[in-house]
Design a binder for this molecule. Structure first.
Ligand code: G4P
Length: 292
């Protein structure tokens, strides 16, 4: 079953981008560094009239550090695009962002007016947190439920750096099932749009193949990583539920509770730093999605 979900304010977001874009030098799209392909909006370039775009692979503290460079290269190879990795521990992100924007819009050097930037991103990608950090105080409300809109705001980051935040959310285009699962696992998709058990079984299948050692360590599984990789995904979920005490009267594992525990762990980074897709995998999914 593929996951279909759109935040309720797509029209507002599209309209707001169209109205603002004429004043904008560079667009910043925040991506989730654990799913840098699936968390992007493929229509962004059209929506923004092909403005230069800075892709921020955000929450890099949760992503696999061995995989992030490959994603940065993948985006940096695109014309009019630069990519950097970031997380909320960065104390002063403004100068780094401004430097990257200046590289993207070099013709602006020498102009008296400030760099004008528009930020956008799918829900839960850390946009409010970053804006708060850039603004130096709590301006945007963080931790909202996926898909809830906010009003457009302009933030004077510095005399030479103005930033507009789009109201509403950018929507992901879920053209392949795997992107939907990864978005749901990351918390980007409204929680009524997916079945937690299904999402976790998909997630565990991937983690078994690529992060079996991390699963063994997190859930103190009494088996070698290569044996974990051989388990059926529902056997693995049952074993995790048992280890974590998600057990009902009679000793049966509460699978729903076990699934919720795994999702909470993933989102908090408790399974370790994992990235749920590589550029070649994502390209292969796209090829399948486009062929359908
Ligand atoms: P949004 O505006 O894009 O929807 O996202 P928001 O900033 O509200 O952040 C969503 C969640 O992600 C928040 O956690 C926030 O603390 C967390 N977050 C933001 N940036 C980073 C980062 O770089 N690294 C990590 N590990 N987490 C980040 P929450 O639990 O939903 O809310 P709260 O308990 O922090 O209020």
């Amino acid at each position: 079953m593929a996951i279909q979900w759109f935040p309720g304010h797509m029209h507002l977001t599209r309209k707001a981008i169209a109205e603002r874009i004429k004043d904008i030098d560079v667009v910043i799209e925040l991506l989730d560094a654990r799913l840098p392909g699936s968390s992007a909006n493929p229509l962004l370039s059209e929506l923004t009239g092909h403005r230069p775009t800075l892709k921020i692979l955000n929450k890099q503290d949760l992503a696999d550090p061995a995989r992030t460079p490959a994603w940065l290269d993948w985006y940096n190879a695109r014309p009019g695009t630069r990519a950097i990795a970031l997380d909320a521990s960065e104390r002063a992100p403004a100068r780094r962002l401004l430097a990257a924007c200046q590289e993207l819009a070099p013709e602006r050097r020498g102009l008296a007016r400030p760099m004008r930037v528009l930020t956008c991103g799918i829900p839960n990608v850390g946009k409010s947190t970053l804006i708060n950090s850039l603004a130096g105080r709590a301006q945007a409300k963080t931790g909202d439920e996926a898909g809830i809109t906010k009003q457009e705001q302009r933030i004077v980051v510095a005399d030479d750096f103005y930033l507009w935040d789009t109201p509403g959310m950018l929507w992901p285009r879920i053209i392949v099932a795997q992107s939907g699962f990864n978005l749901a696992a990351s918390g980007a998709v409204g929680r009524n749009a997916y079945d937690e058990e299904l999402v976790v079984l998909e997630l565990l299948g991937y983690l078994q193949r690529h992060y079996a050692q991390a699963l063994v360590e997190r859930y103190k599984l009494d088996m070698a990583p290569q044996d974990v990789a051989q388990l059926h995904d529902d056997e693995l979920l049952t074993a995790i539920g048992r280890k974590r005490g998600a057990v009902m009267s009679g000793g049966r594992v509460n699978i729903q509770k076990a699934a919720e525990l795994v999702l909470t762990d993933l989102r908090a980074g408790a399974i370790g730093r994992v990235t749920l897709e590589t550029p070649p995998e994502f390209e292969a999914w796209l090829a399948v999605g486009e062929a359908q």
